[in-house]
Design a binder for this molecule. Structure first.
Ligand code: GLN
Length: 456
């Protein structure tokens, strides 16, 4: 907590910090343990967690990074949050994000800009930038984020932490503010694979409040990890790894390419077979994603009507309330997405955009399925570059969207993907981290190995 207090003025990971409440909860826990109630405390007793502010928390404001929800306090906890609390974790605050998850830098928050702990002139990535920077600056042990098109994996890569996007349906979305419901998943950040695996086991599993949540058993993910300490023992013998060819070409920084190639040779030395694999529909994923995500968002965000949630506005009639609250309450990027999505779904353009994007989604799914029949894991960078400067892409939405090329396909296909730090490029005082993305078949979160047990 003292580290959080010391670092927060420069990192600004949290929209809402509950450090005093966290301290009280920790003292209460100490008391229960001291009085012999050891069994009454859960497996995450006293572990400080940060929660992305698009996940509902009953005792704290939940804004989704939007003015339209300024001051909103939900009447319930999101299922993932409730499960963390039941395991004894202490929610230390709500982390910053791009408004409703739409963005890749966290600059799109209505409240503040979060900085990258490796270099405070750079973005932490987004949209779960606050959750990534909080773990990276060791302001909390683990955190929750959400990933619709890369929002856990890209900030994990920019901030040098571990980020997991689970299989679609692995974690309940109940209490997650919907952005694009067919793509949204709740994801986890940690400073090691072990920590990340540990919280996944707590939050995953069926929830009757989310009919898309899977009823598949939840393994103890952390116990499945294999130590990679001993190069000689070839712990990855027999593992088939495909490096996605399309992710190491034009537009990808040289330093990123060499970090990924370095990681690939390391995995080979550990006993796996590494080959290049082509996913021909890879580059189609980006435009399809932005059509589908915006279309779903335009429908999902209609619930912010100025009546049911958040700030009250006064106007002469119902249309006045809608107009007034949405014009002032929603930010520029969100409005742009609503317009794009409404356009793509309108009768005259549906076949040209939405329908074609759905067809591309099927192609993407099939090409992953085909590749994952031949390989256990597919690898790629998590982003085409390391963290860039604050303000660099804020006025160029297409350049910002292009940065999502490595991650969006995985959401279109609903697959799980883990990002771990795998190298550095020049920049900042100590270099800037690069993340390796490892993609698997549905429900293969138990990857059987931890690439770095304790990245520092
Ligand atoms: N950057 C992507 C977008 O703006 C992904 C965001 C996300 O995963 N929430 O849509």
């Amino acid at each position: 907590l003292s580290r959080l207090r010391r670092t927060e003025p420069s990192v600004r990971s949290f929209i809402h910090v509950a450090d005093a409440a966290a301290e009280r909860e920790a003292e209460e826990l100490d008391r229960r343990i001291a009085s012999g109630e050891k069994d009454a405390v859960g497996p995450l007793a006293g572990v400080l967690v940060g929660v992305k502010d698009n996940l509902c928390t009953a005792n704290m404001p939940s804004t989704g990074g939007s003015r339209i929800l300024d001051g909103y306090r939900p009447p319930y906890d999101a299922t993932a949050v409730q499960r963390l609390r039941e395991a004894g974790a202490i929610v230390v605050g709500k982390t910053n994000l791009d408004e409703f998850g739409m963005g890749s830098t966290t600059e799109g928050s209505a409240f503040q800009v979060t900085t990258n702990p490796w270099d405070d002139s750079r973005v932490p990535g987004g949209s779960s930038g606050g959750s990534a920077s909080a773990v990276s600056a060791r302001q909390c042990v683990v955190s929750l984020g959400s990933d619709t098109g890369g929002s856990v994996r890209q900030p994990a890569s920019f901030c040098g932490v571990v980020g997991l996007k689970p299989t679609y349906g692995r974690v309940s979305r109940f209490g997650l503010m919907a952005y694009a419901s067919s793509l949204d998943v709740v994801g986890c950040f940690g400073s090691s694979v072990f920590d990340t695996a540990t919280i996944l086991s707590v939050v995953a599993g069926h929830d009757k409040m989310d009919s898309t949540s899977s009823s598949q058993d939840v393994p103890d993910y952390a116990s499945e990890l294999v130590s990679l300490d001993l190069l000689e023992s070839k712990p990855l013998n027999g593992l088939r790894i495909g490096v996605i060819q399309e992710t190491l070409g034009e537009g990808v920084d040289n330093g990123v390419v060499s970090s990924i190639k370095g990681a690939a040779s390391h995995l080979e030395r550990l006993g796996s077979v590494v080959e290049e694999v082509s996913l021909p529909s890879f580059s189609l994923g980006l435009p399809a994603y932005y059509i589908l995500a915006s279309s779903e968002a335009s429908s999902n965000l209609s619930r912010y009507d100025g009546i049911r949630y958040g700030r009250q506005v006064s106007a002469d009639d119902l249309n006045g309330i809608y107009g007034e609250s949405r014009a002032n309450g929603l930010g520029h990027e969100v409005k742009m997405r609503i317009l794009m999505g409404t356009y793509a779904l309108s009768a005259g353009y549906y076949d040209a955009y939405y329908k074609r994007a759905q067809q591309v989604r099927t192609l993407v799914k099939e090409s992953f399925k085909d590749a994952l029949e031949r390989y256990d894991i597919l690898i790629s960078p998590a982003a085409p570059s390391a963290a860039y400067k604050i303000g660099e892409k804020i006025n160029d939405p297409l350049a910002m969207y292009a940065g999502d090329i490595m991650t969006v396909n995985v959401n279109l296909a609903g697959l799980p993907a883990l990002v771990v730090p795998c190298g550095f490029v020049e920049g900042g005082a100590a270099g800037l981290p690069v993340g390796l993305q490892m993609i698997g078949s549905p429900f293969s979160e138990a990857y059987r190995f931890s690439y770095f047990r304790e990245p520092t």
